[in-house]
Design a protein around this ligand. Structure first.
Ligand code: F6P
Length: 363
């Protein structure tokens, strides 16, 4: 009789709504159609480094479709190729990939499904080159992964950001204020662009289109003169002035990308108050965009991507991730993902559409 396949599954990097829906889809399909044994790897790559596992039976992945976060836990610092290790009272970065590969073999995992963003999937790509059969599923609220039109988690983040902007709108109107709503996205402006359009932001600031403070001030003053005594600015955390720098909230040294962004709305708000004399207030949405239950769109996408990943596993098709191309699910090489982030181009159709309805990008 054919040996039961033993499949490991992990979630890595920052969490996002829909992770549990993917875990459920991968595990259920592999259990139902392939009689596989599913091993949950805890806390992302940390689980492979330190041997933290949890067997996942059918009942463990039932009832988690709508649940936020990840039942497996995650880590955005664990990295087999660059792991923070304490030596005395010093922390050094060490390549522990050989140990990880040994651990995978000892646990007799036939393959691993890695659900994560560009960092997690780039590591998955390296593991694959080092002989570990891997299938990826792209996740992130930022929607910045190459090789896929969209990632699960993005729709939920945009919905929450839009609701936030809607709520800010009414209070901005009442108090005749300039309100800045800062959203996550790292170096990609997708969340700001989509929620800014959906929420009717007067000014949208993206990392990809550096702004000029004087131009933003002029837009605000013109609106005021025209009788619009309030304004909404949707600003991506990675937005920066022409020739200037991003605002860094904290450094996480152990992380591959150490900078954690945040605070541009506060800095810019103060500058705009000085330049316009209008009262400006800032709201940072931050991790609110990553929490809670996924939207129906993300639940459907997570189920499609998860079952596609399970299909690749059953066909022994490794070194790829399940991506979205147009209206289909496609196999995309993990090497493609490792080439860098998918950013908003200046000539993006949505940027043009927003400009056409009078939205300023501060440039
Ligand atoms: O990549 C997802 C994301 O939420 C980014 O939008 C944000 O810059 C970053 O993660 C925040 O990371 P952390 O949870 O470590 O603060």
């Amino acid at each position: 009789m054919k040996r039961k396949m033993k499949v490991g599954i992990l979630t890595g990097g920052g969490d996002c709504p829909g992770l549990n829906a993917v875990i459920r889809a991968v595990a259920k399909k592999l259990i139902i159609e392939n009689n596989s044994e599913i091993i949950g790897i805890k806390d992302g790559y940390e689980g492979l480094i330190s041997n933290y596992y949890k067997k996942l039976d059918y009942s463990d992945v039932s009832g988690i479709l709508t649940l936020g976060g990840t039942i497996l836990g995650t880590s955005n610092i664990a990295n087999p190729y660059r792991q923070a290790v304490k030596v005395g009272n010093k922390t050094i970065m060490k390549d522990v990939s050989k140990k990880v590969i040994q651990n995978i073999k000892r646990k007799k995992l036939d393959c691993i499904v890695c659900i994560g963003g560009d960092g997690t999937l780039s590591i998955a790509s390296r593991l694959c080159k080092d002989g570990i059969p891997v299938v990826g599923v792209p996740k992130t609220i930022d929607n910045d992964i190459r090789g896929t039109d969209v990632t699960f988690g993005f729709d939920t983040a945009v919905s929450i950001a839009t609701e936030g902007i809607d709520r800010i709108h009414t209070t901005a109107q009442s108090h005749h204020r300039v309100m800045l709503v800062e959203v996550m996205g790292r170096t990609a402006g997708w969340i700001a662009l989509h929620s800014g359009i959906a929420g009717g932001g007067d000014i949208i600031l993206l990392p990809e289109i550096p702004f000029e403070v004087d131009k933003i001030a002029a837009v605000l003053k013109n609106r005021y003169k025209r009788g619009n005594k309030f304004s909404i600015i949707v600003v991506s955390e990675g937005a920066k002035p022409k020739g200037g720098k991003v605002v860094v909230k904290r450094m996480v040294k152990e992380s591959t990308i150490a900078e954690r962004l945040g605070g541009i709305s506060m800095v810019l708000g103060r500058q705009l108050e000085e330049k316009t004399g209008l009262e400006a207030r800032a709201v940072i949405m931050g991790h609110l965009l990553r929490g809670g239950s996924p939207t129906s769109t993300d639940r459907v996408l997570a189920t499609q991507l998860g079952t596609a990943a399970a299909d690749f596993v059953m066909k022994n098709n490794f070194g790829i991730m399940a991506g979205v191309k147009g209206s289909s699910i496609a196999a995309v090489s993990l090497e493609e993902v490792a080439k860098g982030a998918k950013l908003v181009k200046a000539n993006n159709d949505l940027v043009s559409a927003a400009r056409s309805v009078g939205t300023s990008f501060g440039d």
